[in-house]
Design a protein around this ligand. Structure first.
Ligand SMILES: Nc1ncnc2c1ncn2[C@@H]1O[C@H](COP(=O)(O)OP(=O)(O)O)[C@@H](O)[C@H]1O
Ligand SMILES: Nc1ccn([C@@H]2O[C@H](COP(=O)(O)OP(=O)(O)O)[C@@H](O)[C@H]2O)c(=O)n1
Length: 222
Protein backbone atom coordinates (compact mmCIF):
# COMPACT_ATOMS: atom_id res chain seq x y z
CA UNK A 1 0.00 0.00 0.00
CA UNK A 2 1.40 3.45 -0.86
CA UNK A 3 0.78 6.33 1.52
CA UNK A 4 0.58 9.98 0.46
CA UNK A 5 3.88 11.70 1.26
CA UNK A 6 4.04 14.69 3.63
CA UNK A 7 5.74 17.32 1.53
CA UNK A 8 7.98 20.18 2.63
CA UNK A 9 8.46 23.06 0.19
CA UNK A 10 11.02 25.73 1.12
CA UNK A 11 10.96 29.15 -0.58
CA UNK A 12 13.66 31.72 0.14
CA UNK A 13 14.45 35.10 -1.36
CA UNK A 14 14.86 38.81 -0.78
CA UNK A 15 12.09 41.32 -0.07
CA UNK A 16 9.30 41.49 -2.67
CA UNK A 17 10.78 38.66 -4.72
CA UNK A 18 7.34 36.98 -4.70
CA UNK A 19 7.63 34.51 -1.80
CA UNK A 20 4.31 35.20 -0.03
CA UNK A 21 2.17 35.42 -3.17
CA UNK A 22 3.55 32.21 -4.64
CA UNK A 23 3.47 30.36 -1.29
CA UNK A 24 -0.19 31.26 -0.76
CA UNK A 25 -1.16 29.99 -4.21
CA UNK A 26 0.82 26.77 -3.79
CA UNK A 27 -0.75 26.18 -0.37
CA UNK A 28 -4.20 26.30 -1.96
CA UNK A 29 -3.29 24.21 -4.99
CA UNK A 30 -1.69 21.38 -3.01
CA UNK A 31 -3.43 21.73 0.38
CA UNK A 32 -0.24 22.71 2.21
CA UNK A 33 0.00 24.78 5.40
CA UNK A 34 1.42 28.23 4.51
CA UNK A 35 4.11 29.35 6.93
CA UNK A 36 5.47 32.88 6.46
CA UNK A 37 8.53 32.92 8.74
CA UNK A 38 9.07 36.61 7.93
CA UNK A 39 5.83 37.26 9.81
CA UNK A 40 7.37 35.42 12.80
CA UNK A 41 10.47 37.63 12.83
CA UNK A 42 8.15 40.60 12.44
CA UNK A 43 5.89 39.49 15.32
CA UNK A 44 8.84 39.00 17.67
CA UNK A 45 10.27 42.37 16.58
CA UNK A 46 6.92 44.09 17.27
CA UNK A 47 6.88 42.46 20.72
CA UNK A 48 10.45 43.63 21.45
CA UNK A 49 9.52 47.17 20.40
CA UNK A 50 6.38 47.01 22.54
CA UNK A 51 8.61 46.15 25.53
CA UNK A 52 11.09 48.92 24.58
CA UNK A 53 13.84 46.36 24.01
CA UNK A 54 16.62 47.48 21.67
CA UNK A 55 18.43 45.11 19.29
CA UNK A 56 21.80 46.41 20.52
CA UNK A 57 21.05 45.51 24.15
CA UNK A 58 21.88 41.76 24.40
CA UNK A 59 20.88 41.41 28.07
CA UNK A 60 17.44 42.92 27.45
CA UNK A 61 16.95 40.76 24.31
CA UNK A 62 17.96 37.66 26.29
CA UNK A 63 15.49 38.46 29.08
CA UNK A 64 12.67 39.22 26.64
CA UNK A 65 13.30 35.97 24.71
CA UNK A 66 13.05 33.98 27.94
CA UNK A 67 9.61 35.50 28.55
CA UNK A 68 8.20 34.78 25.07
CA UNK A 69 5.31 32.31 25.10
CA UNK A 70 5.07 31.26 21.46
CA UNK A 71 2.12 29.38 20.05
CA UNK A 72 0.48 28.85 16.67
CA UNK A 73 -3.04 29.43 15.41
CA UNK A 74 -4.13 28.12 12.02
CA UNK A 75 -6.15 30.69 10.11
CA UNK A 76 -7.51 29.13 6.90
CA UNK A 77 -4.38 27.66 5.30
CA UNK A 78 -1.96 29.97 7.10
CA UNK A 79 -0.06 29.55 10.35
CA UNK A 80 -0.20 32.61 12.62
CA UNK A 81 2.19 33.14 15.55
CA UNK A 82 0.62 33.80 18.93
CA UNK A 83 2.45 35.50 21.79
CA UNK A 84 0.73 34.62 25.02
CA UNK A 85 -2.96 35.14 24.32
CA UNK A 86 -2.38 37.59 21.43
CA UNK A 87 -2.06 36.74 17.72
CA UNK A 88 0.26 38.85 15.59
CA UNK A 89 -1.76 41.49 13.75
CA UNK A 90 -1.35 44.28 11.20
CA UNK A 91 1.24 46.08 13.34
CA UNK A 92 3.88 43.63 12.06
CA UNK A 93 3.78 45.43 8.64
CA UNK A 94 4.36 48.88 10.15
CA UNK A 95 7.17 51.22 9.11
CA UNK A 96 8.72 50.82 12.56
CA UNK A 97 8.87 47.03 12.26
CA UNK A 98 10.20 47.30 8.68
CA UNK A 99 13.03 49.46 10.01
CA UNK A 100 13.98 47.21 12.95
CA UNK A 101 13.24 43.64 11.91
CA UNK A 102 16.55 42.89 10.16
CA UNK A 103 18.50 44.13 13.20
CA UNK A 104 16.65 41.74 15.51
CA UNK A 105 16.80 38.93 12.91
CA UNK A 106 20.61 39.19 12.89
CA UNK A 107 20.85 38.22 16.59
CA UNK A 108 21.98 34.55 16.78
CA UNK A 109 20.17 33.93 20.09
CA UNK A 110 16.89 35.18 18.65
CA UNK A 111 17.29 32.98 15.54
CA UNK A 112 18.08 30.00 17.78
CA UNK A 113 14.91 30.68 19.77
CA UNK A 114 12.85 30.51 16.56
CA UNK A 115 14.57 27.47 15.03
CA UNK A 116 12.72 24.71 16.92
CA UNK A 117 9.49 26.69 16.71
CA UNK A 118 9.75 26.89 12.92
CA UNK A 119 10.52 23.17 12.59
CA UNK A 120 7.54 22.37 14.84
CA UNK A 121 5.23 23.88 12.23
CA UNK A 122 5.45 20.54 10.40
CA UNK A 123 3.66 18.94 13.40
CA UNK A 124 1.03 21.71 13.26
CA UNK A 125 0.49 20.96 9.56
CA UNK A 126 0.15 17.21 10.23
CA UNK A 127 -2.23 17.78 13.17
CA UNK A 128 -4.49 19.91 10.95
CA UNK A 129 -4.58 17.37 8.12
CA UNK A 130 -2.51 19.27 5.56
CA UNK A 131 -0.55 17.28 2.94
CA UNK A 132 2.59 19.19 3.84
CA UNK A 133 3.78 22.73 4.31
CA UNK A 134 5.16 25.53 2.22
CA UNK A 135 7.50 27.66 4.30
CA UNK A 136 8.97 30.95 3.11
CA UNK A 137 11.80 33.01 4.50
CA UNK A 138 15.52 33.64 4.19
CA UNK A 139 17.12 30.46 5.57
CA UNK A 140 14.47 27.77 5.10
CA UNK A 141 16.29 25.73 2.46
CA UNK A 142 19.68 26.32 4.06
CA UNK A 143 19.03 25.95 7.82
CA UNK A 144 15.44 25.15 8.84
CA UNK A 145 14.64 22.40 6.34
CA UNK A 146 17.83 21.67 4.33
CA UNK A 147 16.32 18.27 3.41
CA UNK A 148 13.04 19.76 2.15
CA UNK A 149 11.47 17.95 -0.82
CA UNK A 150 11.68 21.17 -2.86
CA UNK A 151 13.84 24.23 -2.26
CA UNK A 152 13.26 27.33 -4.37
CA UNK A 153 15.15 30.61 -4.33
CA UNK A 154 13.32 33.61 -5.82
CA UNK A 155 15.11 36.75 -6.87
CA UNK A 156 14.39 39.80 -8.99
CA UNK A 157 15.98 43.02 -10.06
CA UNK A 158 16.02 45.53 -7.19
CA UNK A 159 14.22 48.26 -9.16
CA UNK A 160 11.40 45.85 -10.00
CA UNK A 161 11.12 44.73 -6.36
CA UNK A 162 10.99 48.34 -5.13
CA UNK A 163 8.27 49.01 -7.72
CA UNK A 164 6.23 46.05 -6.46
CA UNK A 165 6.50 47.18 -2.83
CA UNK A 166 5.63 50.79 -3.69
CA UNK A 167 2.60 49.56 -5.63
CA UNK A 168 1.40 47.95 -2.42
CA UNK A 169 1.56 51.41 -0.82
CA UNK A 170 4.30 50.31 1.60
CA UNK A 171 7.19 52.40 2.87
CA UNK A 172 9.93 49.82 3.06
CA UNK A 173 13.67 50.21 2.49
CA UNK A 174 14.07 46.78 0.94
CA UNK A 175 17.62 47.44 -0.30
CA UNK A 176 18.79 48.11 3.24
CA UNK A 177 16.99 45.03 4.61
CA UNK A 178 18.53 42.88 1.85
CA UNK A 179 21.97 44.27 2.67
CA UNK A 180 21.58 43.47 6.37
CA UNK A 181 20.01 40.05 5.71
CA UNK A 182 22.73 39.02 3.23
CA UNK A 183 25.69 40.25 5.26
CA UNK A 184 24.82 38.97 8.74
CA UNK A 185 26.85 36.08 10.20
CA UNK A 186 23.89 34.01 11.45
CA UNK A 187 22.00 32.26 8.64
CA UNK A 188 22.44 34.93 5.97
CA UNK A 189 20.09 35.25 3.01
CA UNK A 190 21.65 33.10 0.30
CA UNK A 191 20.65 30.73 -2.47
CA UNK A 192 21.23 27.31 -0.86
CA UNK A 193 23.42 24.90 -2.84
CA UNK A 194 21.18 22.66 -4.94
CA UNK A 195 18.09 24.91 -4.70
CA UNK A 196 16.15 25.87 -7.84
CA UNK A 197 16.79 29.55 -8.49
CA UNK A 198 14.07 31.52 -10.32
CA UNK A 199 14.55 35.07 -11.57
CA UNK A 200 11.03 36.56 -11.30
CA UNK A 201 11.89 39.99 -12.77
CA UNK A 202 10.27 39.34 -16.14
CA UNK A 203 7.86 36.57 -15.14
CA UNK A 204 4.26 37.02 -14.08
CA UNK A 205 3.29 35.63 -10.70
CA UNK A 206 1.30 32.89 -12.50
CA UNK A 207 4.40 31.88 -14.47
CA UNK A 208 6.48 31.68 -11.29
CA UNK A 209 3.84 29.56 -9.56
CA UNK A 210 3.45 27.27 -12.59
CA UNK A 211 7.18 26.50 -12.61
CA UNK A 212 7.15 25.55 -8.96
CA UNK A 213 3.85 23.67 -9.21
CA UNK A 214 5.11 21.59 -12.14
CA UNK A 215 7.97 20.33 -9.99
CA UNK A 216 5.81 19.71 -6.91
CA UNK A 217 3.17 17.85 -8.95
CA UNK A 218 5.77 15.16 -9.75
CA UNK A 219 5.54 14.11 -6.07
CA UNK A 220 2.08 15.30 -5.06
CA UNK A 221 -0.91 15.52 -7.43
CA UNK A 222 -2.70 18.89 -7.20
N1 LIG B 1 6.30 37.86 -10.69
C1 LIG B 1 5.66 38.95 -10.25
N2 LIG B 1 5.36 39.94 -11.11
C2 LIG B 1 4.74 41.06 -10.70
N3 LIG B 1 4.38 41.31 -9.41
C3 LIG B 1 4.65 40.35 -8.51
C4 LIG B 1 5.32 39.15 -8.88
N4 LIG B 1 5.48 38.40 -7.76
C5 LIG B 1 4.93 39.13 -6.76
N5 LIG B 1 4.43 40.29 -7.21
C6 LIG B 1 3.79 41.34 -6.41
O1 LIG B 1 4.84 41.96 -5.67
C7 LIG B 1 4.42 42.25 -4.35
C8 LIG B 1 5.37 41.57 -3.36
O2 LIG B 1 5.21 40.17 -3.49
P1 LIG B 1 5.28 39.23 -2.23
O3 LIG B 1 4.79 37.89 -2.68
O4 LIG B 1 4.64 39.84 -1.05
O5 LIG B 1 6.87 39.17 -2.01
P2 LIG B 1 7.72 38.69 -0.76
O6 LIG B 1 6.87 37.76 0.04
O7 LIG B 1 8.89 38.00 -1.38
O8 LIG B 1 8.10 39.92 -0.02
C9 LIG B 1 2.97 41.77 -4.24
O9 LIG B 1 2.12 42.88 -4.44
C10 LIG B 1 2.82 40.78 -5.38
O10 LIG B 1 1.52 40.74 -5.89
N1 LIG C 1 13.55 33.07 7.64
C1 LIG C 1 13.61 34.39 7.82
C2 LIG C 1 12.52 35.20 7.50
C3 LIG C 1 12.62 36.56 7.70
N2 LIG C 1 13.75 37.08 8.24
C4 LIG C 1 13.86 38.50 8.60
O1 LIG C 1 12.57 39.07 8.64
C5 LIG C 1 12.49 40.21 7.77
C6 LIG C 1 11.08 40.33 7.24
O2 LIG C 1 10.83 39.22 6.41
P1 LIG C 1 9.61 39.21 5.39
O3 LIG C 1 9.65 37.88 4.70
O4 LIG C 1 8.36 39.58 6.09
O5 LIG C 1 9.98 40.37 4.42
P2 LIG C 1 9.42 40.59 2.94
O6 LIG C 1 10.19 39.65 2.06
O7 LIG C 1 7.96 40.27 2.94
O8 LIG C 1 9.72 42.01 2.67
C7 LIG C 1 13.58 39.99 6.75
O9 LIG C 1 14.05 41.21 6.15
C8 LIG C 1 14.66 39.32 7.59
O10 LIG C 1 15.41 40.27 8.31
C9 LIG C 1 14.82 36.27 8.51
O11 LIG C 1 15.87 36.74 8.93
N3 LIG C 1 14.74 34.93 8.30
Amino acid sequence: MTSTPFLIVAIDGGAASGKSSSSRTLSERFNLLHVDTGSYYRAVTAEMLRQNVRADDPAAVHAALARLALGTRVDGRSAVMTLGDRAAGDEIRSREVNDHVSHFAAIPELRAALLTYQRSQADVARAHGFRGLVMEGRDIGSVIFPDADFRFFLHADQVERARRRAQEGQQDSIAERDRLDSSRKASPLTCPAGATSIDTTHLTLAEVVDRMAAAIATKLPA
